[in-house]
Design a protein around this ligand. Structure first.
Ligand code: NAD
Length: 260
């Protein structure tokens, strides 16, 4: 029996998940629902977002996380439907190919990534935290990345900068609102085995190997392994975990020489 099948740490809590239609967000929506939460799935992709919400027995709210009005409406809908906003997993993000080396990345590509990856987290925190302050409790989990901690020669410059921003913002909010019963943590996943990554590396094994050599575990994470960390941070088991850089990276950030 898996941990997800036995843990019921979130019964009657309301969890909003952005980017819930795919990857880490989808795996997390499933996990949070399995632990008893009412899950509100938000995504720009209506078809897959609806399907995710249906599977989780929750609510879908089509949301472009770069739009302040839509983000405010998302958290209002969660509160209106279920009576509270206990968990905000602010996870939607992009890594488009035109965000690359600083030498070739143009301002429009830079700005788009900042909007979707960083401004969105600002908006989600801005509109989730007032609900949590009224309740006197809440857990905010913002998806950063291990690249907020480590430099890569295979640069995606705006992506990396956006994740550094998520990390610093989460730390500051965790400190500011700690005495309101609100915890704010930055989740820093290592590379995750998503369909996009698998396809990219199937086409270019050298590229995959160049990365895998740095992972002590010798493999990328599965989305469910990231979702397990999300469920922990969302729950009262993490009651003293706040303003943290929560690495789930298979040891990458701690490694110098890895096993062959
Ligand atoms: P994914 O592409 O599988 O899912 C991202 C979801 O976000 C999609 O459903 C997409 O429709 C949605 N989305 C994109 N733009 C949006 C917008 N403007 N408004 C609302 N929704 C929008 O990606 P993933 O791999 O699951 O990544 C999720 C998060 O984890 C991202 O923030 C990503 O940067 C981060 N991350 C991923 C990895 C990895 O290796 N996959 C590693 C570290 C961090």
């Amino acid at each position: 029996m898996t941990a997800a099948a036995v843990c019921r740490r979130l019964v009657d809590r309301t969890a909003v998940v952005t980017g819930a239609a795919s990857g880490i967000g989808l795996a997390s929506a499933r996990r949070l629902a399995s632990e008893g939460a009412h899950v509100v799935c938000a995504d720009i992709d209506a078809e897959r977002g609806e399907a995710a919400a249906k599977e989780c027995g929750g609510l879908f709210v089509r949301t472009d996380v770069t739009d302040a009005g839509q983000v405010e409406a998302l958290f209002a809908a969660a509160h209106r439907t279920y009576g509270s906003v206990d968990v905000a997993f602010n996870n939607a993000g992009i890594s488009p190919p035109d965000d690359d080396s600083i030498l070739t990345t143009e301002p429009d590509a830079w700005r788009r990534v900042q909007e979707v990856n960083l401004t969105s987290v600002y908006l989600c925190c801005k509109y989730a935290i007032p609900h949590m302050r009224r309740q006197g409790r809440g857990s905010v989990i913002n998806t950063a990345s291990f690249v907020a901690r480590m430099g890569a020669a295979t640069s995606q410059i705006s992506y990396t900068a956006s994740k550094g921003g998520v990390l610093a913002m989460s730390r500051e909010l965790g400190v500011q609102f700690a005495r309101d019963g609100i915890r704010v943590n930055a989740l820093c996943p290592g590379p995750v085995n998503t369909p996009l990554l698998a396809e990219l590396f199937a086409q270019d094994p050298e590229r995959a190997q160049r990365r895998l050599v740095h992972v002590p575990a010798g493999r990328f994470a599965e989305p469910e392994e990231i979702a397990a960390a999300v469920a922990f941070l969302a729950s009262d088991d993490a009651s003293f975990v706040n303003a943290a850089e929560f690495l789930v990276d298979g040891g990458i950030a701690g490694a110098y020489v890895t096993p062959l």
